[in-house]
Design a binder for this molecule. Structure first.
Ligand SMILES: [Zn+2]
Length: 64
């Protein structure tokens, strides 16, 4: 079985552990269709558009 050649410093060990389950904030961008804030790469919750097209549940105003 492989054995570590050198002991890691406490700094090295702590840096490794610190990045394990870091939470990052979702990327919020204005919707290109209705300019409401939305998470990028998701269907807009306000107008139901994705990449310039109406997808799935659009609120009453824009029924196909
Ligand atoms: Zn929108």
């Amino acid at each position: 079985m492989a054995v570590p050649k050198r002991r890691n410093t406490s700094s090295k060990r702590n840096t490794r552990r610190a990045n394990h389950d870091k939470v990052t904030a979702p990327n919020i961008v204005p919707c290109p269709n209705c300019s409401a804030p939305m998470v990028s790469h998701r269907v807009c919750p306000a107008c139901g558009h994705y990449k310039g097209k109406a997808v799935g549940k659009a609120p009453a105003a824009e029924e196909k």
